[in-house]
Design a protein. Structure first.
Length: 66
């Protein structure tokens, strides 16, 4: 192979690697957003069931108060 072909192959490999990384980042961010929404909904439901706000839930859990 000549140097032009080798450089072109390297460019294609780098472009493919960048595209794969980008697709993985998009999927990771989608998952992160979905987990954050789930955590928020669980916090709101817990607040509705217990009558304690999110901050008091965290404080009670740390301090062991009821």
């Amino acid at each position: 192979m000549d140097s032009t072909s080798t450089k072109q192959d390297a460019w294609f490999q780098d472009a493919a690697a960048a595209q794969i990384k980008g697709e993985r980042m998009v999927r990771a961010e989608l998952l992160n957003g979905r987990v954050a929404m789930l955590g928020f909904v669980i916090g709101v439901l817990t607040e509705a069931l217990t009558g304690h706000g999110i901050l008091s839930q965290i404080t009670f859990g740390v301090l062991g108060l009821s």
